[in-house]
Design a binder for this molecule. Structure first.
Ligand SMILES: Nc1ncnc2c1ncn2[C@@H]1O[C@H](COP(=O)(O)OP(=O)(O)O)[C@@H](O)[C@H]1O
Ligand SMILES: [Mg+2]
Length: 189
């Protein structure tokens, strides 16, 4: 209930343009290790294997630490919840490459900014092609075998997407039903 109220408050803040951001240069590895530490008990409880892979020499990202943590925590908790027990979850950070970015995202990127590409990948229940865009809508939840067990409000991604964009980044998902999902983030440097 408290999580629901906080999400609604954050959505209200985003809509009224009253989110305060504390811009900092952040080491993605540090932010990720904090998120993974907060998530570890849930990962262990579901007997998942979590693999973190961060390319060496990545530039610092420009972001608000609290909001970036919130974004990554949401994506990782979805991966944990929507993956059957004994699954695998990968968190991979690498340099931005145009070839790894779909046209509809690439065409919206300001040419003067540089980005880091972060992917959260799982072996979960997946999302069908006709629902993949709708999961970012408020309250939208897919019918899937883990829907009830996972619980949730359907607000997480509807908050994550505008937060990512407030930070100057982009998000898109690629998924196959019954195989797994990848949530891709471009984070501004
Ligand atoms: N990693 C994932 N694997 C499969 N489905 C996912 C994943 N992440 C999100 N979804 C789908 O998108 C929906 C919306 O996600 P979200 O906004 O975080 O809401 P919630 O987790 O509260 O249901 C989920 O209910 C689920 O149907
Ligand atoms: Mg969620």
């Amino acid at each position: 209930m408290i999580a629901l109220i906080n999400d609604v408050l954050d959505i209200t803040k985003i809509e009224s343009g009253s989110i305060d951001l504390e811009w900092r240069s952040l080491h993605l590895a540090e932010v990720l290790s904090g998120v993974v530490a907060d998530m570890q008990s849930l990962v262990t409880a579901r007997s998942h294997q979590l693999v973190l892979s961060i390319a060496p020499g990545l530039p610092l990202v420009r972001a608000d630490a609290y909001r970036l943590h919130q974004i990554l925590y949401n994506l990782l908790s979805n991966a944990v919840k929507y993956t059957p027990r004994n699954g695998q979850i990968w968190v991979e950070a690498q340099e931005y490459h145009a070839k790894n970015t779909p046209d509809h995202i690439r065409s919206t990127l300001p040419s003067e900014r540089r980005f880091v590409h972060l992917a959260v990948r799982d072996t979960g229940v997946g999302v069908s092609a006709d629902e993949i865009d709708r999961i970012f809508d408020r309250f939208y939840r897919t019918e899937n075998p883990l829907k009830v067990e996972a619980g949730g409000t359907g607000l997480g991604l509807s908050l994550v997407k505008p937060l990512v964009e407030l930070l100057g980044g982009r998000i898109w998902a690629v998924s196959e039903l019954g195989v797994g999902s990848t949530f891709n983030l471009l984070l501004a440097t």
